[in-house]
Design a protein around this ligand. Sequence first.
Ligand code: AQP
Length: 333
Amino acid sequence: RPRVFSGIQPTADSFHLGNYLGAVRQWVGMQDDHDAFYCVVDLHAITVGHDPALLRERSLRSVAQLLAAGLDPDRCTLFVQSHVAEHTQLAWILGCLTGFGEASRMTQFKDKTQRQGTEGATVGLFTYPVLMAADILLYQTDQVPVGEDQRQHLELSRDLAQRFNSRYGDTFRIPEAYILKETAKIYDLQDPTAKMSKSASTPGGIIELLDDPKVSAKRIRSAVTDSGREIRFDHDQKPGVSNLLTILSALTEQSVPALEEHYVGGRGYGDLKRDVADAVVEFVTPFRERTLALLEDPESLDNILARGAERARAVAAETLREAEDRLGFIVAK
Ligand code: AQP
């Protein structure tokens, strides 16, 4: 079975619909025919200022949401990044293989520092993609299910793996992106030319899965639509309507052309929004209940994480040992 690895940051109280449709839903679907490693990446979450109590709370909430979404710890390896020390160890090694100019070309860093400049940004935020490469390469990953926003980071992981292999001998498998075209990017409801995002979206632009479903329904009903009345998918001319069609199609498993057909003649934006709101409520209501029930029992969550970390560590330690050996380190006996 091909190996997959993917991670999600515990940087918000709730995942948003973009995280779910762009990534987590794929994770769930890949459990059976893949050897899947899924990680709550808390080391990535401290690249920006954070509150320790909140980080712990959000990490647990992330684990509970992943389980509520359908991850099964018997069918995949679910763990927290900081539990496996090899991630930071390999990141140092890969950092010594990464060019400064190469790291400077990462657009996410540029985007995230655009407003306030690089002066206040941490070195950790700058080297984030190197840690991400370590996350992926440690597990000899074949496929990485992520949203389109992570494609450039994945390219860097591939380059670093190839560079290491050609300099020191075959050590890392070269990972491929697994990006589902239809849901690769969910857009902000208020600014449908920008991606839905924890840090950049205004409250009205984002659907948080753990919000009161009534709030989510209202946000869909207040989503920005486009001029004209026609309901058709055209991201350039009709970004708002297209985003709603993407969401409805993903949640109801109807194709976009079938939905376009459905809305021909008489049905307008109001009908579309009502249908999207209904589909969102239908999805988030049980999801939220399951998450809250799981959070009632933190001891079981700890047990799941301990098992996951043990399985992850076994694979990660072997890869790191091999990399260190190839680099010329004396392998500790
Ligand atoms: N809008 C999106 N559409 C599709 N996929 C998305 N992802 C994020 N936003 C969208 C995917 O979600 C996974 C987890 O991402 P993360 O925890 O690394 O968060 P992120 O990419 O940093 O998410 P945000 O909301 O965009 O956070 P900020 O604002 O902090 O940058 C990834 O696979 C990502 O592709």
